[in-house]
Design a protein around this ligand. Structure first.
Ligand SMILES: NC(=O)c1ccc[n+]([C@@H]2O[C@H](COP(=O)([O-])OP(=O)(O)OC[C@H]3O[C@@H](n4cnc5c(N)ncnc54)[C@H](OP(=O)(O)O)[C@@H]3O)[C@@H](O)[C@H]2O)c1
Length: 464
């Protein structure tokens, strides 16, 4: 520990203990662990210490190049280290689902899950899934990841007879959450938002998630423990979103903070040390059980958060698809071999993915209709003329469909919408607006028939 000394507590370890010290003598050669955010800060030391104990470590990182660099550096000093790098963006549910399904497809066991990644103090931002970014990254991403990996962990614990351990890296910062703890009705409300309160809220969520899951697994008689912790104050990249704090923490702060080796100790202790055998639903600091706030011990709040989190990870519209559905998922089972499509702007981004997936389904022409009013008016004209809007009426075997590119109005994810519309054109849906693969309501202007007609005439004049 930097400037101040440290006192050993019940465990025999303290704030100055290192990850190597608290895992001394542990044989992890039969174990597999996932560590999120292993590409920076205390995640790096956590991966290194676990690999040193013989554990097969999967680094779940959003920056694969940075992850590979960390892996290479560790291998230079420990050539026997068994480390894999896999991509995971916790702020995006589709990425979490992909990571989990790729991991499960490998058929590996899973003994330890360390939910370490995190961001702090970001300005108000919505994630790709339309969830406030810190809550999405620090809590919802880890909640979903844990949920998706739980069966694998249960199976591993049962077959190996060894206790599984889930470790949520929270923070003492949970004390700086909003006065009501979790703002259940205002998660996405920018009014009253402060970067640090929202960080505190997401870290409180890490603690409550651990508490509630520990309770549920205990009731189920599952041999997996779940705990949360504060790692201490460590000069890492965590303050990168706050220039002043980042500067202070990486200059003066270094004298007062833990080293990386010390900063990674508590999570390595909770994940590996035999003293923690059977301990579940606890909050740790400096490698010892510690006390959290009344909010952090609030069982009702934990239950309510569980329900909210389940709703958020499963959020689907009436179509059965959601913002996290992929283009492949929403076109599953469609035989497009008799179809031709045109995709404009297919050289990059979602256009490229659209073309790829249509190709995958065997089809070819999709006409891209770029705005709601145009689409509405065209649909109205087709209807009025009793024309079949699908490609069949224009060119046998070809489908003309409407894709509503939008951004401003709902600022939502659009990469799946085209394919969904494509799928549903055959069901006669026309002149509608879609968001997240479901029928949605565009604003009044976008639904205005007169405005659409006016735009039509105006556009016809321009293209003449
Ligand atoms: N340092 C402290 O004093 C302190 C104190 C209390 C609690 N903590 C907690 O300790 C944990 C580790 O933080 P740290 O101090 O080591 O900070 P760090 O150096 O900033 O590392 C954070 C890690 O999380 C990753 N990450 C961020 N957003 C992600 C996303 N959307 N998907 C996947 N990975 C993502 C980062 O990846 P990129 O590099 O690609 O962004 C990075 O690897 C965090 O949960 C933090 O809240 C730290």
């Amino acid at each position: 520990m930097g400037f101040f000394g440290s006192k050993k507590c019940a465990s025999g370890f303290s704030s100055s203990s290192t990850a190597e010290e608290v895992t001394q003598g542990v044989d992890g050669s039969a174990l597999t662990a996932i560590v999120t955010g292993g590409s920076s800060g205390i995640g790096i030391e956590t991966v290194r210490a676990l690999a040193l104990r013989g554990i097969h470590v999967i680094m779940a990182v959003r920056n694969v190049a940075a992850g590979n660099k960390v892996k290479e550096d560790i291998l230079k000093k420990n050539p026997a280290a068994n480390i894999d790098v896999m991509e995971l963006d916790l702020s995006y549910k589709a990425s979490v689902r992909k990571f989990a399904s790729d991991f499960i497809a490998r058929g590996l066991p899973l003994n330890i899950l360390i939910n370490n990644a995190g961001i702090m103090g970001t300005p108000f931002t919505l994630s790709k899934d339309n969830i406030e970014l810190q809550f999405a990254t620090n809590h919802i991403g880890h909640f979903l990841l844990t949920h998706l990996l739980l069966d694998t962990m249960k199976k591993t614990a049962k077959e190996s007879g060894r206790e599984g351990r889930i470790v949520n890296v929270a923070s003492v910062g949970h004390k700086s959450t909003y006065s009501e703890g979790i703002r259940f009705d205002k998660i996405n409300d920018p009014s009253g938002y402060t970067g640090f309160s929202a960080y505190g809220q997401s870290k409180l969520a890490n603690i409550l998630h651990a508490n509630e899951l520990a309770k549920r697994l205990k009731e189920e008689g599952v041999n997996i423990t779940v705990n949360s912790l504060h790692p201490g104050g460590i000069a890492t990249n965590i303050a990168r979103h706050n220039g002043v704090l980042n500067f202070l923490s990486n200059t003066i702060g270094r004298f007062f903070s833990k080293s990386l080796e010390q900063g990674a100790a508590t999570q390595c202790y909770v994940a590996l040390n035999p003293q923690v055998q059977g301990v579940t639903g606890e909050y740790f600091e400096d490698c010892n059980i510690s006390k959290t706030t009344p909010h952090g011990r609030d069982d009702e709040m934990a239950k309510k958060l569980w329900n909210l989190s389940m709703d958020l990870i499963n959020r689907k519209g009436s179509s059965g698809f959601s913002s996290s559905s992929t283009a492949e998922e929403v076109t599953q089972g469609i035989d497009g071999t008799a179809l031709t499509a045109i995709v404009t702007g297919a050289s990059s981004g979602i256009g490229a993915e659209t073309a790829r997936v249509l190709g995958l389904r065997g089809s070819a022409i999709l006409r891209h209709i770029a705005n709601n009013l145009h689409a509405n008016e065209l649909a109205r004209r087709f209807k009025e003329e009793d024309v079949n809007i699908t490609v069949n009426s224009i060119q046998p075997g070809t489908t003309v469909t409407n894709i509503f590119r939008h951004g401003g109005i709902f600022n939502g994810i659009v990469h799946t919408i085209g394919k969904f519309v494509f799928k549903n054109v055959q069901q006669g849906i026309s002149g509608e607006y879609f968001s997240d693969c479901n029928l949605a309501k565009a604003n009044d202007q976008a639904r205005g028939a007169d405005l659409a007609k006016k735009l039509w005439d105006f556009s016809m004049n321009l293209v003449k």
